[in-house]
Design a protein around this ligand. Sequence first.
Ligand code: PEP
Ligand code: MG
Length: 902
Amino acid sequence: MAAHDPVEQKYVYDFAEGNKDLKDLLGGKGANLAEMTNLGLPVPPGFTITTEACKAYLTTGREPDGLAAQIEAHLESLEREMGRRLGDPDDPLLVSVRSGAKFSMPGMMETVLNVGLNDRSVVGLSNQAGGNDRFAWDSYRRLIQMFGKTVCEVPGEEFEHALDEIKRAKGTHNDLDLDADDLRGLVDAYKQIFAKHTGREFPQEPREQLDLAIRAVFDSWNAERAILYRRQERIPADLGTAVNVVTMVFGNLGPDSGTGVAFTRDPGSGAQGIYGDYLANAQGEDVVAGIRNTVPLQELEQLDKTSYDELLGIMARLEEHYKDLCDIEFTIERGKLWMLQTRVGKRTAAAAFVIAGQLVDEGLIDLDEALHRVNGAQLAQLMFPRFQLDHEFEPVAKGIGASPGAASGKVVFTSARAVELAAEGESVILVRRETNPDDLNGMIAAKGILTSRGGKTSHAAVVARGMGKTCVSGADELEVNVPAKKFTVGDHVVNEGDVVSIDGTTGKVYLGEVPVMPSEVVQYFEGELDPENTDDALVRSVHRIMTHADAARRLRVRTNADTGADAARARRFGAEGIGLCRTEHMFLGDRRELVERLILASGEQEREDALAALLPLQRADFIEIFREMDGLPVTVRLIDPPLHEFLPPLEQLAVNVAVAQERGEDVAKEEALLAAVRRMHEENPMLGLRGVRLGLVIPGLFAMQVRAIAEAAVAVVRDGGKACPEIMVPLVGAVQELETVRAEAERIIAEVVGDSGVEVLIGTMIEVPRAALTAGQIAEAAEFFSFGTNDLTQMGWGFSRDDVEGAFFWRYLELGIFGISPFESIDTDGVGRLVRIAAEEGRAARPGLKLGVCGEHGGDPDSVHFFHEVGLDYVSCSPFRVPVARLEAGRASITTTGSDSR
Ligand code: PEP
Ligand code: MG
């Protein structure tokens, strides 16, 4: 084969060659400048150097072959078009060199303006500007300043000091009072600063300026603040930035010039109108620097009506073209309008919903696209009360934002005190090192929960989310001292009764009361606000998009609820059944003692007595829930507590016994109890006697629950109601476990339901990796699977769900081992693979096997998309996340070509 030159990669695109869909290659700014150019809008001519060139440079440390020549060719054609040469002494072309990555990273990377100015072309620029020396020297000093700072790392303050110095000498605070001579002097001062820091003169060769500026923009991709921003915003680290070389236009040529920014709608509320700021006789960086105050864009109408009308026309055109809110930057040079940037603008959660609704009304997008334009994270934000942080409040600690919302109240350290104070009408924040199921009453009574230990799936977090209650967990700067009824954080000591405020979204903890505002979106979901009859644009839009999501989605959405009240709320929020009723939550309070007796029973009689006492209580629990759900499926999970949650604490017991012995008291009973607790003590309770194992070890326990479920269903049906129970066995790892439980359950059900017509399904959780891997066998004995992704993640990764998030995940996140906690969003490659295998093999063994998920991931937006794709029938999540899951299930079902508005 004959040798031939490889086709040279194209690294430089003229604006006329690109379009808005080439953001990967040209970055957001470049792609949109190209789009505007092709729309015939007034964009200063220029070209874009691709992200590919940047990536090649960042990998090898030098510009890729061919780049220099391509830049030369595009520069020449730009010079031809403009009829000027870069840096020409008589009539110079000047350019700006601007960064522009695929995703907007505001202010994180670099820009250099006025490239092409030097000691000679500064005179040419003055001539171009009609002999405006002041303007020319001001432009030159700006170049040295920006170039020095950006390209050569000269400390920016040195330039600012020199400027302040001149202003002081002149007795003014205003840059505009400096005349041409002052600025010429400033250029000399700047050049000296430049030479002092770089050891060389300021480069006079225009092409060298250009090349160095381009390189500096490439390098700025890896500036510390850019790296930090990407991590925060989850922007991939390997995208690189494009570089835009744009003909300079000047907003600082006099009162008929200026610069501004504008939005086509209010990015805060979504309201239609004209939103923007304008600064006459200035360049863009003056607006950012806040040297002079901008005026509202409307005032431009008085200053320059022609440009104002043209701008409004362009904004309308851009909205129609992008079919979305756009933000723009523009400059007016002596009465001529130039568009310097546009992009689909960032917006608040509320504005996202309102604008999507408006665009449908305007016929610009359809409802599928509107659904695509909003997301569950935004909806979740709109559902929680928020702090009004307009006053100055400084957080004293930061933990994990475990359950969103904003809560203020008096600090209490025990559940009992929480209940007491709440009964007196006080708002309380329950503060614990960590919570356990015994704290439930306190958690219910409290406005919010604050713990110094534990992660997003710790007990406190899961339960709080279930209740829609604000929770900050793992705030490890807090030293919580329960017996002393105080906590310390830094120099502060907070005693019982002192007021704190916690933000469950940000994890921040404040001293004192921060005011909150309620959410109208929750009022709507609660049925307190009629969407057809409100002038609240947000509520109307949320309603419309939710209705469409419900129509579009394939996944059904159930809830995790253990009480009638939770079940009722979840139904109002749109739940179509209960996917997980955790029965262990029903064994707290007064009943705890019965369970303790059951577990520690020394004889059959004692055990049977305890079971007989529990049966009617359980039956009543289920009747309440079945009634609330009125014929919707209710999955009741047989009891699954880690054993230690139901036994008296070993150490406490041992101390009590020792003290009593010392006093010579009769401790025979306590000793027997201590021996039993010792016998049952486990080093790893989460891997110990829990779930199905407990049911197989303690005779009669599961049987009592099955009977209570079946009897409750029959009672509801006989009363004219409907009940659709599904019994779920937890922590199954082998089909034999399930078969054993099933055989007994079927016998009891047959006995109880008789001819009532009640049907009870029996299925299992898939939450032990072995169960996922033997799902084909397990499906033989199960009518449904529900994936317990909390335990599946815990056991799949070998991460203790109660400890690791607070302990070391920060490091894993920092290292990029994962981008988000796998307890929060399903790890699709690993844990998700187990789900996929089990779903496929389960369905192969039993076509029609019902599949759902009830781990915390069931309400996580990204995870919902995964479960849709894997083919599950439903997701189940805490009541407050039901609307989010409905929305995301709808979004997962639609396909659209719409834009990514990040
Ligand atoms: C799970 O493990 O995902 C689950 C739903 O069960 P629990 O959180 O109660 O262990
Ligand atoms: Mg579990």
